[in-house]
Design a protein. Sequence first.
Length: 131
Amino acid sequence: LARFLNERGRFPEGLALAERSLPDLRRGLAGEPSHFEWKGALIEADIQRGIALAGLGRDREARESWMEALALLAPIANDTDLLAPRAAYAETLLLLGRTEEARPAAEQVLARGWGDPLFLRLCRRAGFAPA
């Protein structure tokens, strides 16, 4: 839901929703550290929190939130056949402005047909995807 709100420019609401979910997600992951769904939900909440913060002009806090997502993503992004973690890894690097670091993962995910609108928009801005 935070993604939906952020995509519509409703950043205060997206931020509030992401921030409300983070404590429960962190507790869930602490209780089950290898549980993929907890980790994925926490990563998405951190990414969306960062997007909302950036939309509100709070860039330093946005970067911190994306760095938290990246810390969770880095160990798993290349250790799975699933596209979602690899796409989220590339997306987070792109949000952080680390374009060349994101390129290999982004191009691999694009080649496999990943069609998430935010991911595609970020890839287009970076020059990875056709317009």
